[in-house]
Design a protein around this ligand. Structure first.
Ligand code: SF4
Length: 217
């Protein structure tokens, strides 16, 4: 049984080749832009880059891994770009109407904090990890702080506490996702990457976090 005629197959082949060429050109332009931005520390065409990244995220990660380049490069550049794009809107909000979202992996392994189904992990400021300091300093400036136990907590807390803006701390891949979710929910966000990532006993630069929390226009 014949499904396609010769001319149909030829047209299909041309379309596939055309799409492949477009894909290669897009990928090459994007990767060149990434390296130029990293070298010059300037942000170029952020909306275009973020759109293409969200479209080709998996392919880009695989491509970088194939060439033995750290695939988190995509997340790093994307996070910096989202921070820059969100800056003006974020800065216009009152710090007391913002929330600070922290990952639980920063906690000490002996953390005495209890888990509340609505509030997340409730730090008692035992000072066993950086969260104790962040908790005390957040209280001083009136920003609400939450420690996420993971899963869908981030979305739930954004929906329930209705912040005007959010500062999120996480590893680069999770920050990339979190900033995208906040954007889709209409909440301007700033992301701070962990200074040492991993599953437990991670660390973050408290000064960097507090500087983001205190941004004013
Ligand atoms: S400072 Fe808070 S989060 Fe850190 S270990 Fe102590 S109670 Fe747990």
């Amino acid at each position: 049984m014949v499904f396609f005629g010769d001319s149909m197959l030829e047209t299909l082949g041309r379309v596939v080749v055309f799409l492949l060429v477009v894909l290669v050109v897009l990928l090459a332009s994007l990767l060149s832009l990434f390296f130029v931005m990293l070298r010059t520390k300037r942000i170029l065409f952020p909306n275009f880059v973020l759109f293409i990244v969200s479209l080709l995220y998996e392919i880009l990660c695989r491509l970088l891994s194939f060439f033995r380049v750290d695939p988190t490069l995509i997340d790093r550049v994307s996070v910096e770009m989202r921070n820059a794009l969100n800056y003006t809107e974020f800065a216009a909000t009152d710090p007391r109407e913002r929330i600070l979202l922290l990952p639980q992996c920063i906690r000490s392994i002996d953390c005495p904090a209890r888990l509340d189904s609505l509030e997340g992990i409730c730090c008692v400021e035992c000072r066993g990890c950086a969260i104790g300091e962040l908790s005390a300093r957040s209280r001083e400036i009136g920003i609400r702080m939450y420690i996420s136990p993971g899963g869908t907590f981030t979305e739930r807390i954004l929906t329930r506490s209705k912040p005007k803006a959010v500062v999120g701390v996480s590893c680069y891949p999770n920050l990339y996702e979190g900033l995208l979710k906040a954007k889709l929910m209409g909440v301007p966000a700033q992301g701070v990457p962990l200074s040492a990532a991993g599953c437990v006993k991670t660390t973050v630069d408290c000064e960097e976090v507090m500087n983001k929390c205190k941004i004013r226009s």
